[in-house]
Structures are given as C-alpha cells and as structure tokens.
Design a protein around this ligand. Structure first.
Ligand code: AMP
Ligand code: ZN
Length: 468
C-alpha cells in the first residue's frame, strides 16, 4: 500500500511501526459553530482511509480531537452571553450528529483540549528545561531556531520565513526572541477561561494541544498524521518541532493532507462566508450523496462544490442502490443454497472486483478510481445476475457489492431493511421446513429467531412476527 507522504513529497510504501497496527491522528474542528462541508472533507476521506486499513486487516487506533478552547469560541460565547464551555459542548454534540449522519465512524478516542491541560503543562515544562522554550511575562514561546529541521514539512527555508516576518510587527509580540517563535502558553485576558500553570493563569496555544493529545493516546511516534492542507504551515510544522524536541524521537512517519473543498474555486471557509453547513446540505440531500460526492475526487485534488456535481453524485448513489436492492430482492429465500458450476464462475468473477478495488485504494487511497470499480461491479451484476437468477448467486454478488460500499462508508441498504429481510428469509425457510414435515429444522429456526429477539405468531393470516 502506498501513501503520498507530504513530508517527503513522494508516494511511499506504508510500513507501520507495529505490524498489523496503525496509529492515526486527524486534527479535528474548532467547535464554535456547526461544521461546514469543507470541514467534512477530512472527516470523510480519512474515515474512508481508516475503513480501508481495517478492511486490510489492520487494527487502527484513530484519534481525532475537538479544539474546545480558542479565541473564536470565546468570541461566540461573549456574543451569546454564555460560557465558552457551553458553546464548545453544544457544537461537539452537533458535530457528532453530523458525523453520524455522514456515516463517519466515531474515533477510537475524541480527546478534548481542555481535558488535557496537565499533559500540556508537562510538555511545555520539558521544552523549557531542555532550552527549546522560554517564558516572558507569563507567556511561553517555542524557540523555533532550536529545532534544526524546522520547515521540513512545509518545505520552507528558515531564512525566507524570517525575512517574510521582518516587516510584520505584531503588537505585544516584541518580547519574542525571534519573529518565528510561537506561543505555547498565554496568560488569560479578562473573562477568558483559564488554568493554573507555573507561568501564569492562562491557556495553551493551539499547536501544543495536538502534540500532547497525539502523545497521550498514540505514543511518541505515530504512523499517520492527517488534516487539511491549510494545516501544513504553521500548525503541523509546529507540532513536529514541539513533539520532536520534547520526545526526542520522530513524531509521525506519514503526513497526509487533503486538498480544499472549494466553491467558485475559492476555499470554503467560515471567514470568507462562502460556506454551506453539513446541516444545510442534509435538508436537501441524503448525506450519503455528500459522502459519495467527496469520494468522487482524489483527496489530494481540489474539489469544487456545485449543484451539478451533487446531482450527479445523487444519480450515482441511486444507481448503486438500485443494483443492491434488486440483488437483495433476488436473494430472498434460499441465499445459502450451493451454486451451480456456471454460477460459481460468475461469483468468482464478482469476487475479483475486490482485488481491483484494493489496487486502487492501495495507490494513495484513490477513492475516485475505487468508486469506478464499484460501478463496474454494478454493471457486471446487472448483466450476469439478471432477474430470475438464483437467490444464492444474487446473495454472493450482493455481498461483494456491499463489502466494497461498506469500505467507502456508503450505506446502500438500510440496516433495518437488511435485518427485516434476514428475518423474512428465516421465516420463509421455517415455513418450507414445516411443509416438508421437517419439524426439528422448523423448531431450530424458531429458536434462532428467538435468540435474535423475534417472536413468531401463527395467525389465521399466516405467520406474523414481532420484536420482544
Ligand atoms: P478548522 O475547524 O478550521 O480547524 O478545520 C477543521 C479541519 O477542516 C481541518 O483539518 C481543516 O484543514 C479542514 N478544512 C477546513 N476548511 C476546509 C476546506 N474548505 N476544504 C477542506 N478541508 C477544510
Ligand atoms: Zn492539530
């Protein structure tokens, strides 16, 4: 499997630190408002990559934070006359609802910056004691020039960066030793949330939060660190400097960055005001359409949001759903029967689509090409599993199709219907067993249904069932 590593700017073979395991950190949103569909892009593409790693047998420890202390949160709180905690708690809840609606799996851990202050104080203290940071009037700065490889991720040269900063006089920052130094801890201003520290009552800088949460939940060196490409500089560059200096080992082996979701070829962002929230889109579309739209481009290519592309994603999703539903209908009753030789050949061919799909995903998570393989399978199924095909064959091909759509996180059959079909199928088999006077089998099926929480009622109109 190859991943394009932003650190080396090349596609590299993926070799995890521990065989069979992957540790992955994805920078999460700052929670002061509903998330927009630009924020949804990293959520969807890296959730898909995680699902793919799991499909390939890796155990993935997936950590994604919520930045729940920040100037924007404080501003929103002041505007509403509520606490910053209330704003953050509200939008974390809302964000989790949006993630669930987009079928983004919850992370293994979703740490909150405000719950990790002790770890931040410990890392900052370590950086001060080793000469990588210094305190001035209650503020702690990272001494950027103390990290020789600074600029390695953004491929920036320290001298160029410094000359760019020379004209920039940021008020209140004259106390820095070097314009490139950045804040690790800052004293509180009136009315701001704050925590006690050896330097001042204050709060952490944004960059130190991710370094600490990654260390706590994943360790000093992690396999993959991901986020949107706007985070490369300075956020990720600063995370590398802090973590490497504090831990004394490389921070992340692979860096993955998604390109922007644009609108009229400009980055969708809250500050430009050119955004749609996930909630807005959910009023017009099933969010599976949004998910398919996001996956229809490679994650490193810019993607322009438009009504036409959403309509085309909607039609594509319907095409997959129609095929899946047709196969499910065909598969009802007798899905477990053996295949004829001819059917086995078709089933084997269908099975080969998994390898084709994997080949595309192995190439730096090329979801656009992987989706094309799903459409090839849909066409294959429409031709080789026509109406009238055996339930057993339809069931095999459906399993391949839903296996692939599950990796992409696309829901093509609703779970309830899935379960209902399974129940109906079992009932049909029980009826058939009774007809053949195979009462042992009929009773066995009744017990199996009971174990699933289903009670059968023999009525004059036939067999009815209910959940118990
Ligand atoms: P923020 O809340 O701005 O820190 O963003 C949370 C995540 O969304 C980060 O990984 C950003 O890089 C990403 N992000 C924000 N806007 C966009 C966009 N228009 N396209 C793609 N990713 C974005
Ligand atoms: Zn981060």
């Amino acid at each position: 499997m190859k991943i394009f590593n932003s650190l080396t700017m090349t596609k590299q073979d993926f070799v995890p630190i521990e065989p069979g395991k992957v540790s992955m950190y994805v920078c999460g949103p700052t929670v002061y408002n509903l998330i927009h569909i630009g924020n949804a892009r990293p959520m969807i593409v890296f959730d898909t990559f995680r699902r793919y790693l799991e499909h390939r047998g890796y155990e993935v420890n997936y950590v994604s934070n919520f930045t729940d202390v920040d100037d924007k949160i404080i501003k929103a709180a002041n505007e509403e006359g509520v606490t910053a905690e209330e704003i953050a708690a509200r939008y974390i809840e809302e964000c989790k609802k949006d993630m669930a609606a987009m079928n983004v799996k919850p992370a293994t851990t979703h740490p909150l910056a405000t719950q990790e202050i002790d770890g931040m104080i410990a890392m900052i203290s370590k950086l001060i004691s080793t000469g990588h940071a210094y305190e001035k009037n209650g503020t702690v700065y990272f001494r950027t020039r103390s990290y020789h490889d600074y600029g390695e991720l953004s491929h920036k040269n320290l001298d160029d960066l410094r000359s760019g900063f020379r004209d920039l006089k940021v008020s209140g920052e004259d106390e820095k030793e070097d314009p490139l130094d950045f804040v690790l801890w800052k004293p509180k201003k009136e009315g701001e949330p704050s925590w006690k520290s050896p330097w001042s009552d204050g709060r952490p800088g944004w960059h130190i939060e991710c370094s600490v949460m990654a260390k706590r939940y994943l360790g000093d060196t992690i396999d993959i660190h991901a986020g949107g490409e706007d985070l490369v500089f300075p956020h990720h560059e600063n995370e590398i400097a802090q973590s490497t200096c504090a831990n004394g080992v490389p921070f992340a082996h692979y860096w993955m960055h998604n390109a922007f979701l644009n609108i009229d070829n400009r980055k969708m962002s809250k500050s430009l005001g050119n955004f749609f929230t996930v909630r807005d889109i959910s009023k017009k579309y099933d969010l599976q359409v949004l998910r398919l739209f996001m996956l229809s481009a490679h994650y490193r290519s810019p993607l322009n949001f438009s009504a036409e592309l959403m309509e085309s994603a909607k039609a594509s999703l319907e095409r997959i759903r129609n095929a899946a539903e047709r196969l499910r209908d065909l598969a009802s009753g007798g899905a477990d029967a053996p295949l004829t030789d001819e059917e086995q050949k078709i089933a084997n061919e269908a099975f080969e689509f998994i390898a084709k799909f994997d080949e595309k995903m192995d190439d730096d998570a090329n979801t656009a090409d992987a989706l094309a393989v799903v459409f090839d399978l849909v066409r294959f199924a429409n031709v080789h599993v026509p109406d009238g095909a055996s339930p057993a064959l339809a069931a095999r091909v459906l399993k391949v199709l839903t296996g692939l759509t599950d990796i992409l996180g696309l829901i093509v059959l609703t779970e309830k219907e899935d379960l209902d079909t399974e129940i109906e199928n079992l009932i049909a088999r029980r009826q058939a067993a009774r007809k053949e006077k195979n009462f042992a089998e009929a009773d066995r099926i009744r017990d199996e249904l009971k174990a699933m929480g289903i009670e059968l009622l023999d009525t004059r109109e036939g067999v009815k069932w209910k959940r118990i």
